[in-house]
Ligand binder design. Structure first.
Ligand code: GDP
Ligand code: MG
Length: 177
């Protein structure tokens, strides 16, 4: 058990957003349980998962929310965004369209979420190097323009997943402490 009982100095809500099949649920499974499953249906119905970690000698409980098949544009409700201090904006780096949709998701997020929300842009599936459809420069440029943090990850090979969440959570910690 990595949740340290009920004791936590901070609870941070973080939402996962992005098109269907970009790997949101698998990123969460990797981060929260160090698991990966090719059966993407396994996480449907789960609202959120928690993982506790230590930041600056404080226990921080991350409460990570996952969409359950509501990725159609505007189908994610405002309850999903309510109280979120962080957002992981996920695209699939082998599918250009999922990156092009980031502007929409960002607009939707900014319309619903707190002004100071910490946003991490994530290009997932970086293990599929031969199928890259989004140059890293494009993503970096977009992140810079929109003032987002950015990382390429692989939920499958556990590349940068922990790092991405930890960076987002540490930045949230800085904004609230
Ligand atoms: P979601 O709809 O955004 O929650 O996407 P899922 O997490 O259900 O993943 C969609 C599909 O992409 C599944 O078949 C996963 O196995 C696959 N997938 C997720 N992450 C990765 C990754 O990092 N690399 C590769 N190669 N496949 C992935
Ligand atoms: Mg999912």
């Amino acid at each position: 058990n990595n949740n340290f009982g009920d004791k936590a100095d901070y609870v941070f809500k973080v939402v996962l957003i992005g098109d269907s099949a970009v790997g949101k649920s698998q990123l969460l499974a990797r981060f929260a349980k160090n698991e990966f499953s090719n059966d993407s249906k396994s996480t449907i119905g789960v609202e959120f998962q928690t993982k506790s970690l230590i930041i600056d000698q404080k226990t921080v409980k991350a409460q990570i929310w996952d969409t359950a098949g509501q990725e159609r544009y505007r189908a994610v409700t405002s309850a999903y965004y309510r109280g979120a201090l962080g957002a992981m904006l996920v695209y699939d780096m082998t599918k250009r369209q999922t990156f092009d949709h980031m502007t929409r998701w960002l607009e939707e997020l900014r319309g619903h979420a707190d002004k100071n929300i910490v946003i991490m842009l994530i290009g997932n599936k970086c293990d599929l190097t031969d199928y890259r459809a989004v140059p890293i420069e494009d993503a970096k440029e977009f992140a810079e323009r929109e003032k987002l943090y950015f990382m390429e990850t692989s939920a499958l090979e556990a590349i940068n997943v922990e790092k991405a969440f930890l960076e987002a959570l540490t930045e949230i910690y800085r904004t609230v402490s």
